[in-house]
Design a protein around this ligand. Sequence first.
Ligand code: 1GP
Length: 250
Amino acid sequence: MLIDDLLTRTGRVLHFTLFDPDRQTLDELARRAKMSERFGTDAALVGGSSSFSPRLLEATVKTLKNAVKLPVILFPNSAAAVSKRADAIFFMSLLNADDPRVLIREQVRAAPFIERIKLCPISMAYIVIGTSRRPTTIERRVKLDKIGPRDAAKAASYALAARYFGMGCTYLEAGSGADRPVPLPMIRAVRAKIHGPLIVGGGIRTAGQARRIAEAGADIIVTGTIAERNIAKLRSIIEAIHGARPAARS
Ligand code: 1GP
């Protein structure tokens, strides 16, 4: 699968840049994508917690495909967020949601379409961690079985359950714009329970944070907001991730 190929080919921790269709014009998107590619990002993710029209999604994916050579992976928030122009889709369940819609219903709606258009599904357990004093967009939108920053054991139990379900990747998400990223002890605790790729995102703003997260056990680090607020900082974040010593695998 695409993620395993990327990880094996490079042998290093990867960086993905998240582009939210709703948060920039298409011109800004093309410019930010080109800069991210130049700085060494490994893939472009398209998605976000806000809702956007299928038309804007199509335009976003098309703009990215024209602007850069990076793989474009959908990071959907509903069954409507599927585009055949993308290279792959995170086929994900928000495991600590109380809402069956995000646990399984949207996925059931989307699956036949994904099969028909032959889009590559990347199996993923998505776990949202409440690290921020102010709730992030996803925490406001979805009722959650709350996992606080000190609940490393609870996050690890979710990750272990996902592994027993046979889910491929695990994504620990602090939420876009979070004021703190997922804590390092939680990343280590989750890493110890899973065999597949670990993705960590939300609230990562500095090269130091990114390097520590990589060395705690993340295989892929996602940033979104920093490319919108201060794209020059992205270069040092990506360099720190690519230069990090990958953590030992269990
Ligand atoms: C959100 O993890 C991503 O899904 C990115 O978060 O926007 O805080 O970098 P930021």
